[in-house]
Design a protein around this ligand. Sequence first.
Ligand SMILES: Cc1cc2nc3c(=O)[nH]c(=O)nc-3n(C[C@H](O)[C@H](O)[C@H](O)COP(=O)(O)O)c2cc1C
Length: 161
Amino acid sequence: MNVSAIVYTSATGFTAQYATLLHHQTGLPVFRLEDTDQLPRNTPVLYLGWLRAGRITGLKKARAQLAVAGVCAVGMAPAVELEKLRRDNRLEAVPLFYLKGGYAPARVRGMNKLMMAAMEKVLAGKSDPQSRAALDAVRHGADWVSQEQLDPVLDWLEPKE
Ligand SMILES: Cc1cc2nc3c(=O)[nH]c(=O)nc-3n(C[C@H](O)[C@H](O)[C@H](O)COP(=O)(O)O)c2cc1C
């Protein structure tokens, strides 16, 4: 896929780590969404954003100023239903990948912190193994960033002959 840059939004660093890994592997320049003023309008990019209540942060802004050719959503869920994520974020036919990032409670601030406190209460009332695991990550943090998860993204960026 012919993209000219990697652009991302990250609140606590996990999405930034994936963007940096992709930068090292492809040589493509990497920008935070806030710093894309220097990019010409409609530059074709791969956009990475973290998931916030099912929405890919920054995606709307990225699509308003750049030609978003592919999207990576970074979250803490073990897996997501890609078609639902696509619908909820109005992505239509844009290629979409899910990457498991992490959770860093000490770096979550403001409204995000309040939202996660409410989520923690909900999870604390549940006893199924998935909710228990999520509660543990919310309370103590977790880091699932891995190179392997980028394989499908790299295949899409640089298809092998
Ligand atoms: C307010 C809030 C809402 C979140 N909503 C979701 C969600 O809907 N789905 C999900 O998988 N992860 C969700 N997360 C987890 C983040 O997407 C995850 O921690 C991600 O790795 C953060 O990326 P960053 O470090 O680049 O900011 C949420 C986190 C916060 C703080």
